[in-house]
Design a protein around this ligand. Sequence first.
Ligand code: GLU
Length: 256
Amino acid sequence: MSEAAIASAPPALAGAHRLVVKIGSALVVDSKAAAPRAAWLASVAADIARLRARGVDVIVVSSGAIALARRSLGLTQKRLKLEEKQAAAAVGQIRLAQAWTEALEANGLTAAQLLLTLEDTEDRRRYLNARATLNTLLGFGCIPVINENDTIATSEIRFGDNDRLAARVAEMVQADQLVLLSDIDGLYTADPKRDPAAAHIPVVEALTPEIEAMGGEPPPGYSSGGMRTKLVAARIATQAGCAMVISVALMLCTGE
Ligand code: GLU
């Protein structure tokens, strides 16, 4: 645990009661091995256990289903058709759930899977049902592990990225913190991979048009989010009174 990282964390993180953590495919899946990053998942699960021990409710929104099934289905091209994504998700979601179950059980925690669609977060009856189930699971001390129900979501009604799904979940359960774990440690004035002059913005107080313009276009490759969807997620979350952090590691939140 890095003390420096904790010291620089926004103060609200230390007092989180209900936390939603979104974890992208690039972190969950070793794309070369086409397998879950077991050691990394184990360390995140240990952090989650520390948070639970402090009484924090934790919900995980995990991508990785499609990435976990690509190789075994021979889907190595970057862009997949919708039906290929749906099939890959059907194969990969079982592997993803298994990886999370093992990582969390090793830390004495029970994983619970929810697969949601955009409609589940917009239709009132389904929204209330999903919310009630999540609250019941949290009452049991379980760790809900959520992904988009990619196998039935068509292109018109797909979130397509878990950044917005995670923000909707945070809104649904009245979380006070949303953490988007990513391969980038926050918002930059431009894409730092392309522009060496890009500057890191440590804290965004308000989502102004200038800030939103920093979203740019989604990156090529397996991840579908990019900064643009993270800023959309920030709008959804902050309008619901939930602070959002973009980080490369969960250690910011454990305060140990
Ligand atoms: N739901 C997709 C999956 O599990 C990923 C969506 C995303 O990249 O955010 O593979």
